[in-house]
Design a protein around this ligand. Structure first.
Ligand code: SF4
Length: 370
């Protein structure tokens, strides 16, 4: 028998990479390590004894700023003490692709828009997106708003129902999946809930600062690059999966289009690419048609077609010299308007983190310091 050691990193990697690997290799009699509250995600409930060392190392959930230290060795010791003849398996990134896992899904909970107002309890560049304004904008249009995620890692924004209130025992996972399944549209950042939305084929919008960012490795903070994973969400989602570029107004515009006048058709795209949307059989005036293939989508609007591709782009090259970048970085960090937790400027009001602004040729300090 095999023991699958628990994954203790980012939730997004668990959903998109680790779970498919486990589901592809698990056989009856094998033991799985994982958060026992997330039993819904696994073929059999995870063994709590394998999660105890993880909970001790990360008592408030995974924090990328805390090094795992001896945790991998501790997990092996615990597993071999309990199952001495077992073969231990630990996921590692190999590039191999596995099918979507076949989760036992809870019944859908009907809701108009589901938001994932991610806010990690530690400093993180994805914190600070203006979710409250988006939730208010949705409610002003008469849409019911559901919140996906966990109470501990979500910003407090207006809502009709939250995942963690539906089934509190698992911290919000069952409620999250029920909401994602019942949503007319889901809005997330490039995050774990986005992968979960694609897993259950929820019509989804994924927010990025600028066009093309969804295909890039972005500098999130402190010069660290992170590959955006829109392509993976698009590949999994058999319904609608589109990027949105910008802030609250751009997302609301996209939501109105998705919720009121968008029809989805499965590919191929090639026969339609050069045609006006009015040529699509059954098209009604004003409608948007989205033709979807696994790796790309074609948005057909009366004003023209837009091809959404997902193949990776090279990282955007820094447009300014290193010494100027460092000068800007030092100035921001010494500034009273700098918010270290989200790596944002409190007065500029844009969607970009400082790590991105300081490498931009067009960005300006709103205080006139650079
Ligand atoms: S006001 Fe200027 S220096 Fe201060 S945090 Fe904002 S961008 Fe940086």
């Amino acid at each position: 028998m095999k023991v699958f050691l628990p994954w203790f990193g980012h939730f997004g990697d668990l959903v998109r990479d680790v779970l498919p690997w486990i589901w592809a290799h698990w056989q009856p009699g094998d033991v799985i390590g994982g958060d026992p509250r997330q039993a819904l995600l696994y073929p059999v409930p995870p063994e709590p004894v394998l999660w105890a060392p993880v909970a001790a190392q990360y008592p408030h959930g995974y924090d990328s700023h805390i090094r795992p230290g001896e945790l991998p060795d501790a997990l092996r010791r615990v597993a071999l003490a309990r199952w001495p003849r077992a073969v231990l398996r630990q996921w590692s990134r190999t590039g191999e692709v596995f099918p979507k896992p076949s989760l036992r899904l809870p019944d859908p909970v009907a809701i108009d828009v589901v938001l994932a107002p991610r806010r990690k309890p530690y400093a993180d560049a994805k914190n600070g997106w203006p979710w409250e304004a988006l939730a208010q904008g949705c409610q002003a249009r008469g849409w019911t708003v559901g919140l996906a995620g966990t109470r501990e890692e979500s910003a407090s924004v207006p809502h009709a129902i939250a995942a963690w209130d539906i089934a509190p025992a698992d911290g919000g996972l069952c409620g999250t999946i029920a909401l994602l399944r019942g949503a007319r549209a889901v809005v997330t950042l490039d995050s774990g809930i986005g992968h979960l939305a694609s897993l259950v084929d929820a019509p989804q919008l994924v927010v990025y600062p600028r066009r093309g960012d969804e295909r890039r490795s972005l500098v999130l903070r402190d010069g660290r690059h992170a590959q955006m994973r829109f392509a993976d969400m698009h590949r999994w989602n058999t319904r609608l999966c589109l990027p949105v570029w910008g802030g609250v107004d751009a997302v609301l515009t996209a939501l109105i289009e998705v919720m009121t006048r968008t029809q989805i058709a499965l590919g191929p795209i090639a026969p339609w690419r050069a045609h006006h949307v009015s040529r699509v059989p059954g098209w009604e005036a004003g409608q948007t048609i989205v033709v979807k293939e696994t790796e790309r989508s074609l948005i057909m609007r009366p004003e023209g077609n837009v091809l959404i591709e997902t193949s990776p782009l090279p990282p955007a090259r820094p447009a300014i010299p290193v010494h100027e970048r460092e000068r800007r970085r030092a100035t921001c960090r010494a500034c009273a308007h700098y918010r270290a937790g989200s790596d944002r400027c409190a007065v500029c009001g844009c969607g970009f983190v400082i790590a991105e602004r300081i490498v931009s040729r067009v960005a300006r300090c709103p205080g006139g310091f650079w």
